[in-house]
Design a protein around this ligand. Structure first.
Ligand code: HBI
Ligand code: FE
Length: 288
């Protein structure tokens, strides 16, 4: 499974699946991989990621060189929004993941990808998890949204609507775009940690870009192994928090009785379309 990390293997996870980071055990090469990834992303994220993301990187001093030490970033993050980062060995079960988020703990992988596979990830590593997700957790409204998602997860599981809720996470927390006064910007962690998808999601003619609608998103499939074919664009972070603070009971019941689901390239009448993609990238990828 993924990258072999002896510092993970030597530990027995706690009942909440957490392990110790053991920061002093990272090798020089592992720190250098972080620095390479960091420098590459910073240069392409200028004027593409939201200012809130860049601001968060600064608040946590994530660019001071090498893989961050949790004992440096956690006191800062805790003071800002009450969140902290915990280490987990690999992907954790959904209920464990939700329980951490509901308690303002963000689970991060410990290992870092190999230099030979800078753009290939089978599961989230520490660069995706910390560089991608943690800066946005310094923003109070986003911090609240992530906790609301964790609480909602526990609820969705009981109501059998986990798949639908996971789509909300995917199209916001991982691959979300936002329309701001300066233009279209990125806030999704899956994008900001990817050198290829950062320019693609904003500038390529290939993908659809559609205004965010909660139920539309929950009815839409996603793919995990290539650039997205559709992005959903929020108006503001307040909008995101507002939609998740409503009671999902009626929505979940509708999703259970009306099984309408949308494919990756569908455009429906109700959509507010910012860009109707030509899907040229996806078609070329399928032909390979
Ligand atoms: N575990 N470590 C880790 N990181 C994730 O992002 C993650 C997970 N377990 C479940 C999960 N994500 C998602 O499937 C949930 O959003 C449903
Ligand atoms: Fe992620």
């Amino acid at each position: 499974m993924g990258v072999h990390d002896p510092v993970i293997d030597e530990q027995t996870p706690a009942s909440d699946f957490t392990i110790e980071q053991r920061w002093d055990r990272y090798t020089t090469e592992e720190h250098a991989v972080w620095d390479t990834l960091y420098a590459r992303q910073i240069s392409i994220l200028k004027n593409r990621a939201v200012d809130e993301f860049h601001h968060g990187l600064g608040l946590l001093d994530l660019g001071s060189g090498g893989i961050p030490d949790l004992s440096d970033i956690n006191p800062k993050l805790k003071a800002l929004t009450g969140w902290e980062v915990v280490m987990v060995p690999h992907l954790v079960p959904d209920d464990v993941f939700f329980d951490h988020l509901a308690n303002r703990r963000f689970p991060s992988g410990r290992f870092i990808r190999k230099r030979s596979q800078l753009d290939y990830l089978e599961e989230p590593d520490i660069f995706h998890d910390i560089f991608g997700h943690v800066p946005m957790l310094t923003l109070p409204v986003f911090a609240d949204y992530m906790q609301a998602y964790g609480k909602g997860g526990q609820r969705a599981q009981t109501m059998g609507r986990l798949k639908e809720l996971a789509r909300l996470y995917w199209y916001t927390v991982e691959f979300g775009l936002i329309q701001q006064a300066e233009g279209l910007r990125i806030y999704g962690a899956g994008i900001v940690s990817s050198a290829g998808e950062t320019p693609f999601c904003l500038e390529s003619d290939s993908p659809n870009r559609i205004r965010f609608d909660l139920e539309r998103v929950m009815r839409t499939d996603y793919k995990i192994d290539d650039f997205q074919q559709v992005y959903f664009v929020i108006d503001s972070f307040d909008q995101l928090l507002d939609v998740t603070q409503q009671d999902f009971t009626a929505l979940y019941e509708r999703l259970g009785t009306d099984m309408t689901r949308f494919g990756l390239t569908d455009i429906i009448d109700a959509d507010e379309v910012y860009h109707h993609g030509d899907q040229a990238y996806a078609q070329a990828a399928a032909a390979r």
